[in-house]
Design a protein around this ligand. Structure first.
Ligand code: ADP
Ligand code: LRH
Length: 494
């Protein structure tokens, strides 16, 4: 008889994937069932999600499982934070195509709203890092642009909840993603009325928030009929991909530091209560919802997005490099030649990233890179230093000195980045697993289905199932000296 599997849909910026998982002899057996692009679409002057194509790919995945005779005990979806769809009209139709957070509609909006409400008020009510694209500012941008959608809408659903709605006909927003909106109040444990009012969003749109691990229906009759499959239970996991990635960190120690390394780099620790004080506001840290009552005290760092966009630009110019080829070029380039602050707003929108790095170097009085290897080296060394910077700040906020850093996500395939991160932080890096978000998604499904007892058993099983590569720090004095130059070049204070 065919063993039971869970299916995790993980929609990242570099791709969407449907991963199958089963537990066998205390280990996770993981298999990629389907991988598909998740490219945004520019239309009518806005950058959009290709939401119905993604729904199609989810259905294709279910069909692939059916054709292989695989019995699914449950399915769940995770994606990046902050984006949403609005539903309204007599049949609760999708009103407008969801806009991608890298769209320019939010330019200048955060600064304006901070001017009206104050940073302290927004942070006290949300505990969330100020990022220009947070849902709060997306809604404010719509309000200011006179969008009719907010007036017409009856329901607000974050992207996984929207996809679930299409699959199950049920509507539930989930906690980890709700926190990324900057409109959820972790003290009251509910949407924040004052912040919603400030952006003209009616409270009734949002509905109750379910915790990761909540069963949220089954595939609807119409979806089952269309695909010719049996109804499968659907679970709300940590539907924020970073929340799922943190769930999958194979830590043994309850106080651990992690870096979820993909398109974004998310570095921080897991805490039992949000850290809401003035220091967290000053350092612009975030308290995103985690699994089983935890919070993720962390910093968003722009991450490998900059490398992805360089690669895209070089491809447009006619040369298609693989990531390993780019890493090899970086390895051969001159060390510590120039530095960037990856979180400069220059780097947020899609576009000519090598050109923007050149512009950044000119602005900061540095000699710009002249070839691909030098660009990639500057990106990776600068990221490693930004990780050190944010890890030290995490320690200041949590009061914990970490003995090393767990890295998970696709970025750990970049062994040079792992090595340089260990050198920059002066501590070991433990790298693994690669598919952190999909695995974390599965863990919560297994806990809900009763196949694992709790998150700490689940993390132990991850440690037993996937290789964890250890990178010990090397060349301390050189990296110390270069860190001082990084801080000076980027204007960050040590
Ligand atoms: P996301 O979930 O945000 O889509 P991933 O976790 O899949 O991102 O990580 C994607 C990143 O991983 C890419 O931007 C790339 O930098 C890195 N990466 C993927 N494959 C490799 C590889 N073979 N070698 C080095 N880096 C890689
Ligand atoms: C990483 C991530 C991150 C932020 C950003 C928008 O994929 O979810 O945590 O929310 O995307």
């Amino acid at each position: 008889m065919m063993q039971k599997h869970v299916l995790a849909f993980d929609l990242g910026a570099s791709s969407g994937r449907a991963m199958l998982g089963r537990l066998e002899d205390g280990k996770i057996v993981l298999e990629e069932l389907h991988r598909f692009p998740n490219d945004p679409v520019q239309a009518g002057g806005r950058l959009h999600w290709d939401i119905l194509r993604l729904l199609h790919e989810l259905k294709q995945s279910l069909l692939k499982a059916k054709h292989r005779g695989i019995k699914l005990s449950s399915i769940a979806i995770d994606t990046w934070g902050v984006d949403f769809g609005l539903l309204g009209g007599p049949g609760n139709e999708l009103l407008g195509n969801p806009v991608h957070y890298r769209d320019s509609q939010t330019d200048g909006v955060m600064e304006r709203l901070i001017g009206e409400l104050s940073a302290e008020t927004i942070f006290d009510r949300s505990g969330i890092q100020f990022l220009t694209f947070n849902t709060l500012y997306q809604l404010e941008a719509m309000k200011k642009a006179g969008s009719p959608l907010l007036r017409e809408a009856k329901h607000f659903l974050m992207i996984p909840a929207l996809l679930r709605y299409f699959l199950t006909d049920e509507m539930h927003n989930e906690f980890s993603l709700a926190t990324t909106t900057q409109m959820y109040n972790p003290v009251t444990g509910d949407w924040d009325d004052e912040l919603l009012k400030a952006v003209g969003a009616d409270r009734s749109l949002f509905g109750p928030v379910v915790q990761p691990g909540t069963p949220v229906g089954r595939l609807s009759e119409s979806v089952c009929a269309e695909l010719g499959i049996e109804p499968v239970p659907v679970i709300a996991v940590a539907e924020h991909d970073t929340g799922s990635a943190v769930a999958a960190v194979p830590a043994k120690d309850r106080s651990f530091a992690y870096l979820s390394c993909g398109t974004w780099s998310l570095i921080g620790t897991e805490v039992s209560e949000p850290v809401m004080g003035a220091k967290a506001l000053e350092l612009n840290f975030t308290n995103e919802g985690g699994v089983y009552g935890t919070y993720r005290l962390l910093k968003n760092i722009m991450g490998l997005w900059i490398l992805q966009e360089c690669r895209r630009e070089w491809e447009r110019a006619g040369v298609k490099y693989t990531f390993p080829e780019l890493v090899a070029k970086a390895s051969a380039a001159e060390p510590f030649a120039c530095f960037i602050d990856s979180d400069d707003e220059l780097f947020l929108p899609p576009g000519d990233m090598p050109g923007r790095i050149r512009e950044y170097c000119e602005r900061t009085g540095q000699k710009a890179p002249e070839n691909e290897g030098a660009f990639v080296r500057a990106i990776l060394e600068s990221l490693a230093f930004k990780y050190r910077y944010a890890l030290e700040q995490t320690g200041q906020l949590s009061g914990v000195t970490y003995s090393g850093l767990h890295m998970v996500g696709g970025g750990i395939q970049n062994t040079l980045l792992c090595e340089w991160t260990a050198n920059a932080i002066g501590k070991p890096v433990w790298a693994g697993p690669i598919e952190g978000s999909a695995i974390g998604n599965m863990l919560v499904q297994w806990i809900t289905n009763g196949e694992l007892s709790d998150i700490w058993e689940a993390r132990r099983v991850v440690g037993d199932s996937f290789p964890v590569d250890v990178y010990e720090p090397k060349d301390g004095p050189q990296w110390e000296e270069a860190y001082v130059r990084f801080l000076a070049a980027t204007g960050l204070t040590g």
